[in-house]
Design a protein around this ligand. Structure first.
Ligand code: UDP
Length: 322
């Protein structure tokens, strides 16, 4: 089959491209290399079934040409990472809303199966755990620019569902929970690559806030497996899915784990949020996916243990020297 991945040089996109090429498919990637990198595609860039274009997902002509060639579209291009989002809210809103608009418009013309990548951020400050796809969404004030990301992704979801209802466009929405693994950069604030880089350098591991906040970390290889399986499942069409791992760990425990696995030279330190982030940030305490809908649809869920995930990320940063 033929697949088109926007944001295919990014963290999740590059793993997905590799997986699809390994399965014998033809893959086109579009990426503006703003947060992605061609180095992420080193393993497949010379493969005869791999093709890429450097460009933006808001380029209607280019997107339309690539959508037309594909059987399935994965729209993963987006502004991501809490730091980037809080520092560049205009860019976040414009890229995320406009990108989905351009991709869906092109996909609707020829009824192409299209995945819209969303995020667990859309659950916002929800307190009813675990988070289910039909739950209410609870965003913070508009003066807190962190929520621009959640809101922009919620608009993408509404738009995709609107295309599905009004035009019959086959769409699948995936809400990624904290996804981690090799190639994720720490540059935009994500916790695990930051901790691992600090641990390997023997620097202080910086925990923001109390560290009692908890997250569930899903391994990128398993998240990609879900994306591939969902594309083969007709009952998934027109629906929203949580995608991730539902094992929780506190940020304090994650820091201690990374400290221990990187040789124990680093100290753990706590930093106030206002020192760590610009204005416009607020954190959420817990975030657990209800995975029953995903498991019902594809009979699979990410289960890799955090210890093993941490070891893979350490291995990656050790190998690349990043
Ligand atoms: N965090 C931290 N130290 C860091 C980066 C992040 O303690 O160097 C915290 C952050 O404040 C949040 C959690 O780790 O509570 C997860 O942050 P991340 O940005 O990876 O993802 P989020 O779940 O916030 O989208």
């Amino acid at each position: 089959m033929k697949f088109f991945i926007t944001g295919g040089a990014g963290f999740i996109g590059s793993h997905l491209a590799e997986h699809l090429i390994a399965d014998g498919h033809e893959v086109w990637v579009l990426d503006d290399l703003s947060t992605g990198a061609m180095a992420n595609l080193d393993a497949i860039v010379e493969h005869p079934k791999f093709h890429h274009r450097i460009g933006t997902v808001t380029d209607e002509e280019l997107v339309s040409e690539l959508v037309d060639r594909a059987d399935v579209v994965y729209h993963l291009a987006a502004a991501v990472g809490v730091k980037l989002i809080v520092e560049r809210p205009t860019h976040t809103i414009e890229t995320n809303v406009r990108g989905a608009e351009v991709v869906l418009k092109a996909a609707a013309k020829k009824d192409k199966l299209t995945f819209i990548a969303s995020t667990s951020e859309v659950y916002g400050k929800g307190v009813k755990l675990p988070f289910g796809e039909e739950d209410d969404l609870l965003f913070g004030a508009t003066t807190k620019s962190r929520w621009a990301y959640a809101c922009s992704k919620a608009i993408d979801e509404y738009l995709a569902l609107a295309y599905s209802r009004e035009r019959g466009t086959p769409v699948i929405i995936t809400r990624f929970f904290n996804t981690v693994g090799p190639r994720q950069t720490g540059r935009y604030g994500m916790v695990l690559p930051n901790f691992v880089q600090q641990g390997l350098a023997g620097e202080d591991i910086t925990i923001y806030g109390t560290g009692d906040q908890r997250r569930c970390f899903g391994y990128v290889g398993e998240v990609v497996e879900c994306l591939v399986k969902l594309a083969q499942e007709p009952t998934a069409i027109g629906r929203v899915f949580n995608v991730g791992n539902d094992r929780e760990i506190s940020i304090n425990d994650l820091a201690a784990l990374v400290q221990q696995r990187t040789g124990g030279r680093s100290k753990l330190t706590h930093i106030e949020y206002d020192e760590a982030y610009p204005d416009g940030f607020e954190d959420m305490d817990r975030r657990i996916p209800d995975l029953s809908r995903l498991v019902d649809a594809i009979g699979y869920r990410p289960t890799m243990h955090t210890e093993d995930i941490v070891d893979r990320v350490i291995e990656y940063h050790t190998e690349t020297g990043d």
